[in-house]
Design a protein around this ligand. Structure first.
Ligand SMILES: Cc1cc2nc3c(=O)[nH]c(=O)nc-3n(C[C@H](O)[C@H](O)[C@H](O)COP(=O)(O)O)c2cc1C
Length: 316
């Protein structure tokens, strides 16, 4: 019997729902054992968030400065055939509990030399975080087979309002002209196709190869204009993150004035640089199609954005 380890952390339950949908076909099969490990920081992160608490995790998120985790329930001596590694993005970086796992000795023992499928559920800016995770996984000699990405419903502009509203109030419902916050329920349900395809793949020993198992299942779609904004944002996060870390430890009152200046800067940047950059990108894209296409393909690796096998894997 093949054994799959699932690593996850979720504050609102959204990522757990995505993971549950993917794992359902695997858990229903007699050929596979699924072990789900839910990470728990010693000091839990708040949800709903207070404004300053939310901002205060940004420097440590970007500088991959991990919190302490409670001991895992899974034994590090257990051997798994495949790992499903599910995470959310915090400030263009893997969330802090996920970083803590990746940097821990136990994480290394469980992931080293293993085939891994990453699953991301976030607003819509995941590319820089996945670059970071890819580097950390490569250092552990991991074979990254697929990267599944699910993002919040509505336009990027809409989720720029609905996601913070949800995280600060705990309310997901639609309001004004905006759609509900988070990933659409239908998308979450349809994620079970990945579980069906993984089951078929693992039954055929596909995890032993170095090739994607999930290609053709609309695994990911990279938006190059968003990625350009992510690159600019990430650079500014590194600079401001360093300044804020110099001002004090997490939770230190001395951080607040720098955080206030930073948030003013960030909002100004978002309402000016991001739209101008997206517009410029769209205009320039007409003249640099090949470059855009190469960038899109790079960030959609390893599975690609094709949908040719969608009819083959349907859940009921
Ligand atoms: C502190 C914080 C920072 C976040 N930063 C980003 C981000 O940079 N990009 C993004 O797409 N989503 C971002 N999100 C949204 C999360 O990735 C995720 O969609 C949301 O928190 C729900 O995840 P959950 O499964 O933990 O409930 C952020 C959320 C939090 C709490």
């Amino acid at each position: 019997m093949k054994k799959i380890l699932v690593i996850q952390y979720s504050q609102t339950g959204q990522l757990s729902d995505v993971v549950a949908s993917i794992c359902r076909p695997l858990q229903e099969s007699k050929d596979v054992e699924v072990v789900i490990e839910t990470l728990e920081p010693v000091k839990p992160y708040p949800y709903p968030w207070k404004f300053f608490e939310f901002l205060d995790v940004f420097p440590e998120s970007v500088y991959l400065d991990p919190p302490e985790l409670k001991p895992l329930t899974v034994s590090v001596d257990e051997d798994f055939d495949l790992v499903i590694f599910a995470y959310q993005v915090w400030f263009l970086s893997p969330s802090l509990p996920i970083t803590a796992f990746l940097k821990s000795k136990a994480g290394k023992q469980l992931l080293e030399n293993k085939p891994v499928v990453t699953v991301i559920a976030c607003r819509d800016m995941w590319a820089m975080a996945q670059e970071t995770v890819k580097k950390m996984l490569a250092d552990m000699n991991v074979r990254l087979l697929d990267n599944i990405v699910l993002t919040d419903q509505g336009s990027s502009l809409a989720s720029f309002i609905t996601t913070p509203h949800w995280l600060f109030t705990g309310k997901k419902d639609a309001f004004w002209k905006f759609p509900p916050a988070g990933i659409a329920d239908e998308e979450i349900q349809k994620a079970c196709r990945f579980g069906l395809a993984l089951l078929e793949g693992i039954n055929n020993d596909c995890e032993k190869n170095n090739e994607p198992i999930l290609s053709g299942l609309k695994v990911v779609t990279a938006d190059t204009s968003l990625i350009k904004s992510e690159k600019i944002g990430y650079r500014s996060f590194r600079i401001w993150g360093k300044l804020i870390r110099k001002a004090g430890q997490p939770g230190d009152a001395r951080r607040k004035p720098v955080l206030v200046i930073y948030i003013v800067f960030l909002v100004l940047m978002i309402v000016t640089v991001v739209p101008v950059n997206m517009l410029l990108k769209r205009i320039l894209a007409k003249f640099s199609r090949q470059k855009q296409e190469a960038m899109k393909q790079y960030f959609e690796q390893p599975s690609g954005s094709g949908d040719e096998r969608m009819n083959q894997f349907k859940c009921h």
